[in-house]
Ligand binder design. Sequence first.
Ligand code: ZN
Length: 451
Amino acid sequence: MKQKKNGQSGTAWRPVVPGLDRHIRRRVWAFAGCLAVLCFGGLLVRLFVLQLLDPGGYAARAADQQLRDTVVPAPRGEIYSADGTLLAASETCWTIRAAPQELADELVEPAAKALSEILEIDEAETLEKFSQRSSNDCLLRRRVDRETADAVRRWCEENGAEGIQIRQDTRRVYPQGDSMGCLLGFTDVDNAGLWGLELEYNEALTGENGRVLTAKNAWGYDMPEEYSTLIEAVPGSSLTLTIDANIQHMLEGALSAAVAEHHVAARGVGIVMDVQTGAILAMTTKPDYDPNDPRTIVDEEVRAQVNALSGEERSQALQVAQQAQWRNKAISDLYEPGSVFKLITCSAALDTGAVTPESQFVCAGKINVSGTTFRCANGHIHGLETLAQGLAASCNPCFIQVGARLGKQAFCDYFAAFGLREATGIDLPGEIKRSEYYTADRMGPVMYFGP
Ligand SMILES: [Zn+2]
């Protein structure tokens, strides 16, 4: 008491010099401040980093532990012909997956047996998947129909099996069967375009997948439905072609008959184009494959040859045969024109004024050019004829004379002006970019390619 009353100088540790007391106090405060900065500064910096610089990092990791993210596949856009016929559509189906860690131990074997039977999958492989007890996700079978999915659901309910997931999915279907396989193409297991229009317009046809976020409890199991969030899937855009289904049907019928009649070995091809706009009204390659089942070889002979092989040799041969049947001959193969080219020669000659529709020519059944004799087709002798008559009869001597009047330079200029040196740029994948032609400097008076 006394010491306290007597004031500062009475305390043993207090400094004798008055100024020194304040000095030490400041140092103590400074020391405490430094300590605080050292202790909490690190935390503040960390807080700053977490809150402002990396706001998503920890949240995302936490969400990953607490949420199950299930993709809801977006339906792919439909493809229609110009007249509204449905050519490609998406059908609802179900994909069966499993989270083995949620399946009760005593159900591992019975589930493997029952589900492999229902899903027509390998029992040993399924058992192997279920035996990985910590596994959270494995695929059992993609895209099964309603009946199969219901059978799976029934078995799980009757046996109280948990962890078997029946997820809604979509599957591509082509209602017209083997019509337009080469044109439409097809999709891969993930519903992405792999060939034809499906590939060319993949981005537009593909929608945006939705998601179901389901809260998981500490064990990783799904929480009740009120903890789930649905992000709706956005369907892909649909595509309407210039193809007219009726014209397409007629072209396919006629071409199939012609291919059969003439025993065509390397497939027949046909295109119907609107001459005013260049729009493709029909396009086909016969025989054509069914896009619902593109991997099966259509040609029976080729299929037998492939199946006679085994191992690596077979898979290579199968791949070659598939690539060949998927090829759209109408745009991927070079076409060597015959008499149809008379139209180009005629247009050029009319346009330059070298001839008029009434210009007269003589067909004596043959014509000699620089020592080489050319004959009119099928032994015809057309006699005196106008250009119009010569074109209607596809007379060879008439058009040899038209070509001579036009001249090789003008002929080549028009060949280029018609765009025959380049690809058409059609909106289909796999168009051949190469063209084969003679330039004027390589042309003699006789250009004779065959019989
Ligand atoms: Zn003739």
